[in-house]
Design a protein around this ligand. Structure first.
Ligand SMILES: Cc1cc2nc3c(=O)[nH]c(=O)nc-3n(C[C@H](O)[C@H](O)[C@H](O)COP(=O)(O)OP(=O)(O)OC[C@H]3O[C@@H](n4cnc5c(N)ncnc54)[C@H](O)[C@@H]3O)c2cc1C
Ligand SMILES: NC(=O)c1ccc[n+]([C@@H]2O[C@H](COP(=O)([O-])OP(=O)(O)OC[C@H]3O[C@@H](n4cnc5c(N)ncnc54)[C@H](OP(=O)(O)O)[C@@H]3O)[C@@H](O)[C@H]2O)c1
Length: 241
């Protein structure tokens, strides 16, 4: 049975009116980069959030969006330094590199807050040790939602991360227009990354469930298949709703 553990807010950074990153000081938790944990203000209303911090970091970080009609996220966005947050004692999830077979290229493909688990993974040594190419794809509605760019720039400089962005609702120089599945189908996404999506790739997908579905359909057309422990493949997914 999971226990509820108390944490204190150190910082609530607001990137935009809707996007926030909570850094909290609390219990040491054992987890693997890419996993999530349930967080709450009271035990009866909990939601899973992915860790943005790597496992060895004692400060936990969560990246969220305000869903205006949602019961929890608007309240999380209002938290201030010193406020209490409850964290469940049992992180979980399969969007982790220990579940991913060897490949030449690792694609980390996200929409919106789905970038969170990939930032945790990129903050560990494992992706750089295991894969020749690592590509981070982040699709957002507006350019101001391209968050954590300083950190991502460091991954590019230090480890050669390839970073591809999509901004779907306003023309943005340096970012692709439209959606991930269309740009995968017509080759624009691979061209921007400078590397192919093929049988030597593993693709991890996280975020909007419709993006997961539409992108997987294109990947399957390309001959890739869902990864299962008993039947290794190329696609691993985590849906945020
Ligand atoms: C495994 C897992 C990990 C998750 N990790 C994160 C995370 O790191 N950051 C995060 O912000 N959310 C994450 N979520 C979603 C999160 O648990 C909540 O659903 C979200 O914070 C909204 O909570 P709510 O109570 O306000 O509304 P809910 O009642 O939970 O959701 C209402 C509706 O809001 C929409 N929605 C929910 N989450 C999102 C989102 N992230 N982006 C856009 N629309 C959304 C959906 O349409 C959903 O039906 C994760 C979900 C799962 C299953
Ligand atoms: N983003 C905001 O400005 C904002 C502000 C306040 C509150 N919110 C709330 O946050 C929630 C939405 O969050 P979000 O903007 O992070 O998530 P989102 O709707 O998942 O959009 C993120 C990115 O995913 C793309 N996408 C959506 N469906 C797709 C599909 N089937 N295939 C491929 N790509 C797809 C979107 O493209 P499209 O643009 O083409 O859909 C967008 O580029 C809503 O509840 C909203 O009320 C959002």
């Amino acid at each position: 049975m999971a226990k509820w553990l108390e944490a204190r807010v150190l910082e609530n950074r607001h990137w935009t009116d809707a996007l926030f990153s909570l850094r909290v000081e609390g219990p040491r938790l054992s987890f693997e980069a890419g996993q999530f944990v349930r967080i709450a203000l009271e035990e009866t209303l909990a939601r899973p959030f992915s860790f943005v911090n790597p496992p060895e970091d004692p400060v936990h970080e969560f990246y969220g969006i305000v869903v205006p009609e949602g019961p929890l996220s608007p309240r999380l966005a209002l938290l201030k330094k010193g406020d209490r947050l409850l964290i469940a004692s049992n992180p979980a999830g399969f969007l982790v590199l220990s579940e991913v077979p060897d490949a030449e290229t690792l694609w980390l493909v996200s929409t919106g807050t789905g970038i969170a688990p990939f930032l945790s993974i990129l903050r560990t040594e494992t992706p750089w040790r295991r894969f020749r190419n690592v590509v981070l794809v982040h699709a957002v509605r507006h350019a101001r939602e391209l968050v954590y760019v300083e950190l991502i720039r460091k991954f590019s400089q230090q480890h050669g991360l390839r970073y591809v962005t999509f901004v779907s609702r306003e023309p943005t120089p340096g970012s692709l227009a439209g959606r991930i599945p269309a740009a995968l189908r017509d080759g624009r996404m691979e061209q921007a990354a400078g590397v192919a999506v093929d049988g030597n790739s593993h693709v991890m997908l996280c975020g909007n469930p419709d993006m997961l579905k539409d992108t997987q359909a294109v990947l399957v057309e390309r001959g890739l298949r869902k990864h299962r422990r008993r039947n290794p493949g190329h696609i691993t997914v985590e849906s945020f709703w």
